[in-house]
Design a binder for this molecule. Structure first.
Ligand code: FAD
Length: 476
Protein backbone atom coordinates (compact mmCIF):
# COMPACT_ATOMS: atom_id res chain seq x y z
CA UNK A 1 0.00 0.00 0.00
CA UNK A 2 1.31 3.45 -0.83
CA UNK A 3 2.27 5.49 2.22
CA UNK A 4 0.54 8.87 2.10
CA UNK A 5 2.37 12.14 2.62
CA UNK A 6 0.44 12.74 5.87
CA UNK A 7 1.53 9.37 7.33
CA UNK A 8 5.06 10.05 6.19
CA UNK A 9 5.18 13.47 7.81
CA UNK A 10 3.49 12.29 11.03
CA UNK A 11 6.08 9.59 11.44
CA UNK A 12 8.76 12.23 11.30
CA UNK A 13 7.21 14.61 13.83
CA UNK A 14 9.99 13.82 16.29
CA UNK A 15 12.54 14.77 13.67
CA UNK A 16 10.82 18.05 12.87
CA UNK A 17 10.76 18.91 16.56
CA UNK A 18 14.45 18.21 16.90
CA UNK A 19 15.19 20.51 13.96
CA UNK A 20 13.30 23.33 15.63
CA UNK A 21 15.30 22.75 18.80
CA UNK A 22 18.49 23.96 17.17
CA UNK A 23 21.32 23.17 19.57
CA UNK A 24 19.79 19.86 20.53
CA UNK A 25 19.73 18.74 16.91
CA UNK A 26 22.84 16.61 17.38
CA UNK A 27 20.71 14.11 19.28
CA UNK A 28 19.70 11.18 17.12
CA UNK A 29 16.30 11.70 15.55
CA UNK A 30 14.43 8.68 14.26
CA UNK A 31 14.17 8.65 10.50
CA UNK A 32 10.88 8.41 8.70
CA UNK A 33 11.07 5.10 6.91
CA UNK A 34 10.31 4.48 3.28
CA UNK A 35 8.37 1.31 2.58
CA UNK A 36 10.31 -1.55 0.94
CA UNK A 37 8.25 -0.96 -2.22
CA UNK A 38 9.25 2.72 -2.30
CA UNK A 39 12.94 1.87 -1.82
CA UNK A 40 12.86 -0.75 -4.52
CA UNK A 41 11.10 1.63 -6.93
CA UNK A 42 13.73 4.29 -6.17
CA UNK A 43 16.63 1.92 -6.76
CA UNK A 44 15.11 0.87 -10.07
CA UNK A 45 15.00 4.39 -11.50
CA UNK A 46 18.43 5.76 -10.51
CA UNK A 47 21.94 4.77 -11.56
CA UNK A 48 23.51 6.34 -8.48
CA UNK A 49 23.69 4.89 -4.95
CA UNK A 50 20.68 4.82 -2.62
CA UNK A 51 21.39 4.63 1.12
CA UNK A 52 18.68 3.84 3.66
CA UNK A 53 18.98 3.61 7.47
CA UNK A 54 21.00 0.56 8.40
CA UNK A 55 22.51 0.07 4.94
CA UNK A 56 26.27 0.07 4.52
CA UNK A 57 27.62 3.60 3.98
CA UNK A 58 24.40 5.26 5.21
CA UNK A 59 25.93 6.98 8.25
CA UNK A 60 28.64 8.72 6.27
CA UNK A 61 26.30 9.53 3.34
CA UNK A 62 23.84 11.15 5.75
CA UNK A 63 26.36 13.50 7.36
CA UNK A 64 26.86 17.20 6.82
CA UNK A 65 30.11 19.08 7.38
CA UNK A 66 28.80 20.63 10.61
CA UNK A 67 28.86 17.76 13.10
CA UNK A 68 26.02 19.30 15.12
CA UNK A 69 23.65 17.62 12.64
CA UNK A 70 25.20 14.15 12.87
CA UNK A 71 22.16 12.78 14.69
CA UNK A 72 19.69 13.53 11.91
CA UNK A 73 18.79 10.43 9.94
CA UNK A 74 17.11 10.99 6.57
CA UNK A 75 14.78 8.26 5.26
CA UNK A 76 17.21 7.89 2.33
CA UNK A 77 20.17 9.61 0.74
CA UNK A 78 20.42 9.34 -3.04
CA UNK A 79 23.84 10.07 -4.46
CA UNK A 80 22.86 10.80 -8.04
CA UNK A 81 25.14 9.75 -10.88
CA UNK A 82 23.91 12.31 -13.41
CA UNK A 83 21.21 14.87 -14.20
CA UNK A 84 18.87 12.14 -15.50
CA UNK A 85 18.98 10.60 -12.02
CA UNK A 86 17.86 13.91 -10.54
CA UNK A 87 14.82 13.95 -12.79
CA UNK A 88 14.09 10.29 -11.96
CA UNK A 89 14.19 10.95 -8.18
CA UNK A 90 11.88 13.95 -8.48
CA UNK A 91 9.40 11.93 -10.57
CA UNK A 92 9.62 9.05 -8.06
CA UNK A 93 8.97 11.46 -5.16
CA UNK A 94 5.95 12.86 -6.99
CA UNK A 95 4.53 9.37 -7.39
CA UNK A 96 4.72 8.63 -3.64
CA UNK A 97 4.33 12.23 -2.45
CA UNK A 98 7.63 12.28 -0.57
CA UNK A 99 9.47 15.49 0.37
CA UNK A 100 12.95 16.04 -1.07
CA UNK A 101 15.97 17.93 0.28
CA UNK A 102 18.66 19.09 -2.19
CA UNK A 103 22.32 18.84 -1.24
CA UNK A 104 25.51 19.87 -3.07
CA UNK A 105 28.40 20.29 -0.62
CA UNK A 106 26.59 19.70 2.68
CA UNK A 107 27.78 22.94 4.28
CA UNK A 108 24.41 24.48 5.21
CA UNK A 109 24.77 26.29 8.53
CA UNK A 110 21.15 25.55 9.47
CA UNK A 111 21.25 21.89 8.42
CA UNK A 112 18.94 22.58 5.48
CA UNK A 113 20.56 19.90 3.32
CA UNK A 114 19.51 17.12 5.66
CA UNK A 115 16.21 16.18 7.24
CA UNK A 116 14.64 13.36 9.17
CA UNK A 117 11.54 13.59 6.98
CA UNK A 118 12.78 14.32 3.45
CA UNK A 119 14.87 12.18 1.10
CA UNK A 120 18.24 13.84 0.51
CA UNK A 121 19.19 14.25 -3.14
CA UNK A 122 22.97 14.61 -3.11
CA UNK A 123 24.23 16.11 -6.38
CA UNK A 124 27.88 16.16 -5.25
CA UNK A 125 28.85 14.04 -8.28
CA UNK A 126 27.57 16.73 -10.67
CA UNK A 127 30.85 18.59 -10.36
CA UNK A 128 31.99 19.09 -13.96
CA UNK A 129 33.61 22.43 -14.78
CA UNK A 130 33.84 23.43 -18.46
CA UNK A 131 35.28 26.77 -19.57
CA UNK A 132 34.68 28.28 -22.97
CA UNK A 133 35.23 31.87 -24.05
CA UNK A 134 33.98 34.12 -21.28
CA UNK A 135 31.70 31.57 -19.63
CA UNK A 136 31.97 28.56 -17.36
CA UNK A 137 29.43 25.75 -17.09
CA UNK A 138 29.71 24.31 -13.62
CA UNK A 139 27.89 21.48 -11.85
CA UNK A 140 26.42 22.35 -8.43
CA UNK A 141 28.65 19.78 -6.72
CA UNK A 142 31.89 21.49 -7.82
CA UNK A 143 33.93 22.69 -4.82
CA UNK A 144 35.07 26.29 -4.91
CA UNK A 145 38.79 25.48 -4.89
CA UNK A 146 38.32 23.15 -7.89
CA UNK A 147 36.37 25.87 -9.69
CA UNK A 148 39.17 28.39 -9.06
CA UNK A 149 41.82 25.88 -10.16
CA UNK A 150 40.12 25.00 -13.46
CA UNK A 151 39.32 28.61 -14.33
CA UNK A 152 42.84 29.76 -13.41
CA UNK A 153 44.21 27.51 -16.17
CA UNK A 154 42.34 29.79 -18.59
CA UNK A 155 43.37 33.03 -16.86
CA UNK A 156 39.85 33.50 -15.54
CA UNK A 157 37.77 33.32 -12.37
CA UNK A 158 34.34 33.93 -10.88
CA UNK A 159 33.68 35.91 -7.71
CA UNK A 160 32.82 33.52 -4.86
CA UNK A 161 33.75 32.66 -1.27
CA UNK A 162 37.08 31.58 0.11
CA UNK A 163 36.21 28.25 1.71
CA UNK A 164 37.67 25.43 -0.43
CA UNK A 165 35.08 22.74 0.36
CA UNK A 166 31.95 24.85 -0.14
CA UNK A 167 30.12 23.68 -3.28
CA UNK A 168 28.86 26.12 -5.88
CA UNK A 169 25.29 24.73 -5.55
CA UNK A 170 24.18 26.05 -2.18
CA UNK A 171 26.72 28.89 -2.30
CA UNK A 172 25.51 30.55 -5.52
CA UNK A 173 21.81 29.97 -4.74
CA UNK A 174 22.23 31.98 -1.53
CA UNK A 175 24.65 34.70 -2.72
CA UNK A 176 28.35 33.84 -2.84
CA UNK A 177 30.46 36.58 -1.27
CA UNK A 178 34.23 36.58 -1.41
CA UNK A 179 37.35 38.64 -1.90
CA UNK A 180 36.47 39.71 -5.43
CA UNK A 181 33.01 40.82 -4.25
CA UNK A 182 33.26 44.60 -4.51
CA UNK A 183 35.10 44.43 -7.83
CA UNK A 184 33.00 41.72 -9.48
CA UNK A 185 29.83 41.20 -7.42
CA UNK A 186 28.50 38.00 -5.91
CA UNK A 187 28.67 34.55 -7.49
CA UNK A 188 24.96 34.80 -8.27
CA UNK A 189 25.48 38.09 -10.13
CA UNK A 190 27.57 36.18 -12.68
CA UNK A 191 24.95 33.48 -13.38
CA UNK A 192 23.68 33.62 -16.96
CA UNK A 193 21.58 30.46 -16.93
CA UNK A 194 20.55 27.63 -14.64
CA UNK A 195 19.33 24.14 -15.51
CA UNK A 196 17.05 22.69 -12.87
CA UNK A 197 14.47 19.97 -12.30
CA UNK A 198 11.21 21.32 -10.93
CA UNK A 199 8.67 19.53 -8.72
CA UNK A 200 6.67 18.41 -11.77
CA UNK A 201 9.72 16.41 -12.88
CA UNK A 202 10.55 18.68 -15.84
CA UNK A 203 14.06 19.82 -16.71
CA UNK A 204 13.99 23.57 -17.21
CA UNK A 205 16.50 26.05 -18.55
CA UNK A 206 16.18 29.30 -16.65
CA UNK A 207 17.48 32.62 -17.97
CA UNK A 208 16.36 36.23 -17.85
CA UNK A 209 14.00 35.47 -20.76
CA UNK A 210 13.05 31.81 -20.17
CA UNK A 211 11.42 30.66 -16.90
CA UNK A 212 12.43 34.10 -15.73
CA UNK A 213 10.52 34.05 -12.42
CA UNK A 214 12.29 30.86 -11.41
CA UNK A 215 15.60 32.31 -12.59
CA UNK A 216 14.97 35.33 -10.36
CA UNK A 217 14.04 33.19 -7.33
CA UNK A 218 16.98 30.79 -7.66
CA UNK A 219 19.46 33.67 -7.52
CA UNK A 220 19.30 34.32 -3.77
CA UNK A 221 16.21 32.32 -2.78
CA UNK A 222 18.06 29.04 -2.08
CA UNK A 223 16.94 25.43 -2.35
CA UNK A 224 13.13 25.77 -2.03
CA UNK A 225 12.27 25.98 -5.73
CA UNK A 226 13.97 23.30 -7.81
CA UNK A 227 16.93 20.96 -7.92
CA UNK A 228 19.73 22.67 -9.82
CA UNK A 229 21.83 20.46 -12.07
CA UNK A 230 24.02 23.08 -13.77
CA UNK A 231 25.01 26.76 -13.75
CA UNK A 232 26.43 28.83 -16.60
CA UNK A 233 28.36 31.82 -15.32
CA UNK A 234 30.19 34.77 -16.83
CA UNK A 235 33.87 34.67 -15.91
CA UNK A 236 36.29 37.58 -15.56
CA UNK A 237 39.87 37.65 -16.80
CA UNK A 238 42.52 37.68 -14.06
CA UNK A 239 46.09 36.41 -13.73
CA UNK A 240 47.25 37.95 -10.47
CA UNK A 241 46.12 40.30 -7.72
CA UNK A 242 47.58 42.32 -4.87
CA UNK A 243 46.72 41.42 -1.29
CA UNK A 244 47.27 42.62 2.25
CA UNK A 245 46.91 41.46 5.83
CA UNK A 246 47.24 43.73 8.86
CA UNK A 247 47.26 42.38 12.41
CA UNK A 248 46.26 44.46 15.45
CA UNK A 249 46.56 43.85 19.18
CA UNK A 250 43.40 43.54 21.32
CA UNK A 251 43.66 47.14 22.50
CA UNK A 252 43.40 48.48 18.92
CA UNK A 253 40.29 46.52 17.89
CA UNK A 254 37.83 49.43 18.06
CA UNK A 255 40.18 51.65 16.05
CA UNK A 256 40.80 48.93 13.48
CA UNK A 257 37.07 48.44 13.01
CA UNK A 258 36.63 52.22 12.69
CA UNK A 259 39.38 52.43 10.03
CA UNK A 260 37.74 49.54 8.12
CA UNK A 261 34.37 51.30 8.31
CA UNK A 262 36.00 54.53 7.06
CA UNK A 263 37.58 52.85 4.03
CA UNK A 264 34.54 50.88 2.83
CA UNK A 265 32.11 51.04 1.11
CA UNK A 266 33.26 54.31 -0.48
CA UNK A 267 36.72 53.04 -1.51
CA UNK A 268 37.50 51.92 -5.05
CA UNK A 269 35.62 48.78 -6.03
CA UNK A 270 38.66 46.67 -7.01
CA UNK A 271 39.43 46.57 -3.28
CA UNK A 272 37.51 44.12 -1.06
CA UNK A 273 38.32 43.81 2.64
CA UNK A 274 37.43 41.67 5.63
CA UNK A 275 37.83 42.80 9.22
CA UNK A 276 37.94 39.98 11.77
CA UNK A 277 37.61 40.60 15.51
CA UNK A 278 38.37 38.00 18.17
CA UNK A 279 38.89 38.28 21.91
CA UNK A 280 42.64 38.53 21.36
CA UNK A 281 42.99 40.97 18.45
CA UNK A 282 41.88 42.01 14.98
CA UNK A 283 42.94 41.35 11.40
CA UNK A 284 42.02 43.37 8.33
CA UNK A 285 42.82 41.59 5.10
CA UNK A 286 41.86 42.02 1.52
CA UNK A 287 42.46 41.74 -2.15
CA UNK A 288 42.98 44.41 -4.81
CA UNK A 289 42.31 43.65 -8.48
CA UNK A 290 45.06 46.02 -9.60
CA UNK A 291 48.61 47.19 -8.96
CA UNK A 292 50.23 46.75 -5.53
CA UNK A 293 51.43 50.38 -5.57
CA UNK A 294 47.80 51.58 -5.64
CA UNK A 295 46.85 49.15 -2.89
CA UNK A 296 49.68 50.46 -0.68
CA UNK A 297 48.25 53.99 -0.93
CA UNK A 298 44.70 52.85 -0.16
CA UNK A 299 45.61 50.93 2.96
CA UNK A 300 47.96 53.55 4.43
CA UNK A 301 45.31 54.62 7.01
CA UNK A 302 44.93 51.00 8.16
CA UNK A 303 48.69 50.59 8.62
CA UNK A 304 49.01 53.77 10.64
CA UNK A 305 47.12 52.45 13.69
CA UNK A 306 48.98 51.62 16.92
CA UNK A 307 50.53 48.14 16.99
CA UNK A 308 49.65 47.39 13.34
CA UNK A 309 51.80 44.75 11.65
CA UNK A 310 51.28 44.58 7.88
CA UNK A 311 52.01 42.08 5.13
CA UNK A 312 51.47 43.16 1.51
CA UNK A 313 52.18 41.37 -1.74
CA UNK A 314 51.15 40.31 -5.24
CA UNK A 315 50.71 36.74 -6.37
CA UNK A 316 49.12 34.58 -9.03
CA UNK A 317 45.37 34.57 -8.63
CA UNK A 318 45.12 30.86 -7.93
CA UNK A 319 47.88 30.98 -5.32
CA UNK A 320 45.92 33.79 -3.69
CA UNK A 321 42.74 31.65 -3.70
CA UNK A 322 44.77 28.91 -2.00
CA UNK A 323 46.07 31.40 0.55
CA UNK A 324 42.55 32.67 1.41
CA UNK A 325 41.45 29.01 1.63
CA UNK A 326 44.21 28.47 4.22
CA UNK A 327 45.68 25.56 2.21
CA UNK A 328 48.84 24.24 3.87
CA UNK A 329 51.98 24.74 1.83
CA UNK A 330 52.56 21.70 -0.37
CA UNK A 331 49.06 20.31 0.24
CA UNK A 332 47.23 19.14 -2.89
CA UNK A 333 43.97 20.89 -3.76
CA UNK A 334 42.07 17.76 -2.68
CA UNK A 335 43.85 17.72 0.70
CA UNK A 336 42.86 21.35 1.13
CA UNK A 337 39.22 20.59 0.25
CA UNK A 338 39.06 17.65 2.67
CA UNK A 339 38.79 19.77 5.82
CA UNK A 340 37.76 17.65 8.79
CA UNK A 341 34.10 18.21 9.79
CA UNK A 342 33.58 20.51 12.77
CA UNK A 343 30.89 21.63 15.17
CA UNK A 344 29.98 25.29 14.96
CA UNK A 345 27.20 27.82 15.30
CA UNK A 346 26.88 31.09 13.41
CA UNK A 347 24.62 34.03 12.74
CA UNK A 348 24.87 37.32 10.88
CA UNK A 349 23.71 40.91 10.66
CA UNK A 350 24.05 43.60 7.98
CA UNK A 351 25.29 47.08 8.88
CA UNK A 352 24.09 49.91 6.68
CA UNK A 353 24.92 52.95 8.87
CA UNK A 354 28.41 54.08 9.80
CA UNK A 355 29.33 52.77 13.26
CA UNK A 356 29.31 55.21 16.20
CA UNK A 357 31.90 55.02 18.98
CA UNK A 358 29.34 53.16 21.12
CA UNK A 359 28.71 50.69 18.30
CA UNK A 360 32.44 49.97 17.91
CA UNK A 361 32.69 49.29 21.65
CA UNK A 362 29.71 46.94 21.40
CA UNK A 363 31.50 45.00 18.62
CA UNK A 364 34.59 44.64 20.82
CA UNK A 365 32.44 43.50 23.71
CA UNK A 366 30.75 40.97 21.38
CA UNK A 367 34.16 39.58 20.38
CA UNK A 368 35.03 39.28 24.09
CA UNK A 369 32.30 36.60 24.42
CA UNK A 370 34.63 34.23 22.54
CA UNK A 371 32.67 34.45 19.28
CA UNK A 372 34.55 35.64 16.18
CA UNK A 373 33.11 38.57 14.19
CA UNK A 374 33.92 38.52 10.48
CA UNK A 375 32.95 41.76 8.69
CA UNK A 376 32.82 41.50 4.86
CA UNK A 377 32.88 44.83 3.02
CA UNK A 378 29.96 45.41 0.63
CA UNK A 379 29.43 48.30 -1.80
CA UNK A 380 31.07 48.36 -5.24
CA UNK A 381 29.54 45.96 -7.80
CA UNK A 382 27.45 44.23 -5.11
CA UNK A 383 25.49 47.35 -4.31
CA UNK A 384 25.29 48.47 -7.98
CA UNK A 385 22.57 45.83 -8.44
CA UNK A 386 19.01 46.71 -7.44
CA UNK A 387 17.64 44.74 -4.44
CA UNK A 388 14.71 43.75 -6.70
CA UNK A 389 16.84 42.51 -9.63
CA UNK A 390 17.42 39.10 -8.02
CA UNK A 391 16.08 37.48 -4.86
CA UNK A 392 19.24 38.62 -3.04
CA UNK A 393 17.95 41.72 -1.24
CA UNK A 394 21.04 42.87 0.71
CA UNK A 395 22.32 45.50 -1.70
CA UNK A 396 22.47 48.59 0.50
CA UNK A 397 24.79 47.38 3.26
CA UNK A 398 28.19 48.78 4.21
CA UNK A 399 29.22 45.35 5.44
CA UNK A 400 27.91 42.02 6.69
CA UNK A 401 28.98 40.60 10.05
CA UNK A 402 29.26 36.86 10.45
CA UNK A 403 29.20 35.89 14.12
CA UNK A 404 30.71 32.44 14.44
CA UNK A 405 32.06 30.04 17.03
CA UNK A 406 33.76 26.70 16.35
CA UNK A 407 33.24 24.80 19.61
CA UNK A 408 31.03 22.08 21.07
CA UNK A 409 27.56 23.19 20.06
CA UNK A 410 26.27 24.30 23.48
CA UNK A 411 29.25 26.63 23.97
CA UNK A 412 29.19 27.83 20.37
CA UNK A 413 25.50 28.71 20.46
CA UNK A 414 25.75 30.52 23.75
CA UNK A 415 28.69 32.63 22.49
CA UNK A 416 27.03 33.44 19.17
CA UNK A 417 23.69 34.39 20.72
CA UNK A 418 25.30 36.55 23.36
CA UNK A 419 27.55 38.31 20.81
CA UNK A 420 24.62 38.85 18.45
CA UNK A 421 22.53 40.38 21.23
CA UNK A 422 25.26 42.98 21.82
CA UNK A 423 25.43 44.19 18.19
CA UNK A 424 22.02 43.41 16.64
CA UNK A 425 20.75 46.94 17.21
CA UNK A 426 23.47 48.30 14.93
CA UNK A 427 22.26 46.12 12.06
CA UNK A 428 19.54 46.88 9.50
CA UNK A 429 17.38 43.90 10.51
CA UNK A 430 18.62 41.67 7.67
CA UNK A 431 20.75 38.51 7.84
CA UNK A 432 22.72 36.61 5.16
CA UNK A 433 20.91 33.43 4.08
CA UNK A 434 24.23 31.64 3.51
CA UNK A 435 25.08 32.25 7.18
CA UNK A 436 21.69 30.89 8.20
CA UNK A 437 20.83 30.71 11.88
CA UNK A 438 18.29 28.38 13.51
CA UNK A 439 17.81 30.83 16.38
CA UNK A 440 16.52 33.79 14.34
CA UNK A 441 12.97 34.76 15.31
CA UNK A 442 11.89 35.77 11.78
CA UNK A 443 14.50 34.13 9.54
CA UNK A 444 12.68 34.46 6.22
CA UNK A 445 12.04 38.16 6.73
CA UNK A 446 15.69 38.65 7.72
CA UNK A 447 17.06 36.70 4.73
CA UNK A 448 14.71 37.98 2.01
CA UNK A 449 13.20 41.26 3.28
CA UNK A 450 11.01 42.96 0.69
CA UNK A 451 11.55 40.08 -1.78
CA UNK A 452 9.83 37.52 0.47
CA UNK A 453 6.32 38.09 -0.91
CA UNK A 454 7.44 37.49 -4.52
CA UNK A 455 9.42 34.41 -3.45
CA UNK A 456 6.31 32.99 -1.75
CA UNK A 457 4.24 33.62 -4.83
CA UNK A 458 6.77 31.92 -7.12
CA UNK A 459 6.95 28.97 -4.72
CA UNK A 460 3.14 28.69 -4.96
CA UNK A 461 3.37 28.53 -8.76
CA UNK A 462 6.35 26.21 -9.12
CA UNK A 463 6.16 23.94 -6.06
CA UNK A 464 2.68 24.30 -4.50
CA UNK A 465 2.98 20.98 -2.61
CA UNK A 466 6.34 21.89 -1.08
CA UNK A 467 8.22 19.00 -2.67
CA UNK A 468 11.48 20.80 -1.84
CA UNK A 469 10.93 20.99 1.90
CA UNK A 470 14.02 22.42 3.53
CA UNK A 471 14.62 23.87 7.00
CA UNK A 472 13.87 27.62 6.94
CA UNK A 473 12.60 27.15 3.39
CA UNK A 474 10.08 29.32 1.55
CA UNK A 475 6.45 28.16 1.70
CA UNK A 476 3.73 29.32 -0.64
C1 FAD B 1 33.77 26.84 6.39
C2 FAD B 1 32.77 27.65 5.60
C3 FAD B 1 33.16 28.84 4.98
C4 FAD B 1 32.25 29.60 4.24
N1 FAD B 1 32.67 30.75 3.62
C5 FAD B 1 31.78 31.48 2.89
C6 FAD B 1 32.19 32.66 2.19
O1 FAD B 1 33.38 33.03 2.18
N2 FAD B 1 31.25 33.35 1.51
C7 FAD B 1 29.95 32.97 1.46
O2 FAD B 1 29.15 33.64 0.79
N3 FAD B 1 29.55 31.85 2.10
C8 FAD B 1 30.42 31.11 2.80
N4 FAD B 1 30.00 29.97 3.45
C9 FAD B 1 28.57 29.64 3.47
C10 FAD B 1 28.19 28.81 2.25
O3 FAD B 1 28.10 29.67 1.13
C11 FAD B 1 26.83 28.15 2.52
O4 FAD B 1 26.93 27.30 3.64
C12 FAD B 1 26.32 27.39 1.30
O5 FAD B 1 24.94 27.23 1.40
C13 FAD B 1 26.98 26.03 1.16
O6 FAD B 1 26.60 25.41 -0.02
P1 FAD B 1 26.80 23.81 -0.15
O7 FAD B 1 26.25 23.40 -1.45
O8 FAD B 1 28.20 23.50 0.17
O9 FAD B 1 25.90 23.28 1.04
P2 FAD B 1 24.54 22.41 1.09
O10 FAD B 1 24.35 22.16 2.54
O11 FAD B 1 24.62 21.25 0.20
O12 FAD B 1 23.41 23.37 0.53
C14 FAD B 1 23.03 24.57 1.18
C15 FAD B 1 21.58 24.90 0.82
O13 FAD B 1 21.40 24.98 -0.59
C16 FAD B 1 20.46 24.00 -1.06
N5 FAD B 1 21.03 23.38 -2.26
C17 FAD B 1 22.26 22.84 -2.37
N6 FAD B 1 22.44 22.36 -3.60
C18 FAD B 1 21.31 22.57 -4.28
C19 FAD B 1 20.89 22.28 -5.61
N7 FAD B 1 21.68 21.65 -6.48
N8 FAD B 1 19.64 22.64 -5.99
C20 FAD B 1 18.82 23.27 -5.12
N9 FAD B 1 19.17 23.59 -3.86
C21 FAD B 1 20.40 23.24 -3.44
C22 FAD B 1 20.36 22.99 0.08
O14 FAD B 1 19.09 22.36 0.10
C23 FAD B 1 20.58 23.85 1.30
O15 FAD B 1 19.38 24.48 1.63
C24 FAD B 1 30.91 29.18 4.15
C25 FAD B 1 30.52 27.97 4.74
C26 FAD B 1 31.44 27.22 5.46
C27 FAD B 1 30.99 25.93 6.10
Amino acid sequence: MTQTRRQFVQRSAAGALALSLGPLAAQTTAASRLTPAQVSALKKVVRGRVYTPGSSGYTSAARLWNTRYNGIQPPAVVEVANATDVQAVVQWAGRYDIPLVPRSGGNAYNGASTSSSGVVVDVGALNRIAVSGGTATVGPGARLLDVYATLANKGASIPAGSCPNVALGGHALGGGMGLAGRGQGLALDHIRSITAVTADGKIRTCTSSQNSDLFWALRGGGGSFALVTSFTLRTFAVRSAAWFRIFYPAGARAEALGAFDDLFPGGPSPLTGICTLTNSGAVIQGQYLGAQANLEKLIAPLRGLPGARAEVGTMSYFQLMRMWAACAEGASNQQCIDIAPQSFDASSIYVSKKLSTAARSAFVSAANTGATLVCDSYGGKINDVSPKATAFVHRGARFSVQIVSYAPIGTATSRVNSARAKIAKYGNGQAYQNYSDLDLKSPLQDYYGSNLARLRSIKGDIDPDNRFAITQGIRA
